[in-house]
Design a protein around this ligand. Sequence first.
Ligand SMILES: Cc1cc2nc3c(=O)[nH]c(=O)nc-3n(C[C@H](O)[C@H](O)[C@H](O)COP(=O)(O)O)c2cc1C
Length: 326
Amino acid sequence: MNIGKLTIEGKALLAPMAGVADRAFRELCVSYGAAGVTSEMVSAKGFTMGDRKSKALLMLSDAERPAAVQIFGDDPKILAEAARNALEFNPNWIDINMGCPAPKIAGNGGGASLMKNPVLAQDIARAVVSELDNTDIPVTVKFRTGWDKEHINCVEFARRMEDVGVAAVTVHGRTKEQMYAPGIDYDAIAAVKKAVSIPVIGNGDIIDGPTASVMLERTGCDAVAVGRGAQGRPWVFEQINAYLSPELRIIPEPPMSEIMRVMINHVQKICEYKGEEIGMKEARKHAAWYVRGVRGAAQFRADIGRLSTMEELTELAIKVIEADRE
Ligand SMILES: Cc1cc2nc3c(=O)[nH]c(=O)nc-3n(C[C@H](O)[C@H](O)[C@H](O)COP(=O)(O)O)c2cc1C
């Protein structure tokens, strides 16, 4: 798949996830074969006003390429300025969030609420694309099927994006109203794919090779983006790539000892990038995902809630491996 002049090798990208897909997680996913990653979303307004947290969120390393930064907001001028300023972080492309349902974002005119205002959404995309016109950095947009089931407008929306020079779109196969409830509208994504000639990335409920394959086959999309299916399972990209290979290989879930090794490596990276105090706090949710499914997971989750050092994490990993053997 080509996003503008950028070639994406592989079919499975990591979907952006605020509070989850930080540098440590993105690097881990790329090491397992994710074809591309996107930063956590950043407020264009906050970033252009010099907010330091936004800058930290936009930092991309060499070990997570190709990588996009994602911005959100409702003002074309500010988004264009944010996109220009974000070039400082050397993104391979820039993604605009038009799908987030969170009240803090969609309630302020950004994210999914732009699906209710396609003209403004198009103005935003046009402004960002034209701001980057003299660069090689393509612009993509991520959105949903529509605001609610009475207003499924992803086809019109995608056409508007294509018309102003957006290089690819990601379609999350749910409405804003559906939030994250099960049930993906493959037909809507297929209709987008038919309507535009830019690449379409299908998103929603992909958790392994077979679900990636269903998305690709039912929609004709060019690639898929995996969100929650990668939480505590960064190896999902290796599984998807193997399944989509000509040999149709099925890679089973790793043994618990390997899962714990990956977890420790992941948390070490978080601590390295954010310091142990913040890192261990942020690591808790990841650790809970890694132990999901193990016997006694509920007790382990309680222990995880109190984790504050790497030593405690290692002790927990040993207990989890022992519990899994019983
Ligand atoms: C914790 C979390 C954070 C998310 N943050 C973002 C974000 O920053 N930007 C964005 O476009 N989508 C965000 N999403 C939406 C995902 O990218 C994706 O569209 C959605 O989870 C559906 O895919 P999935 O079923 O594979 O999880 C987030 C989702 C979750 C669960």
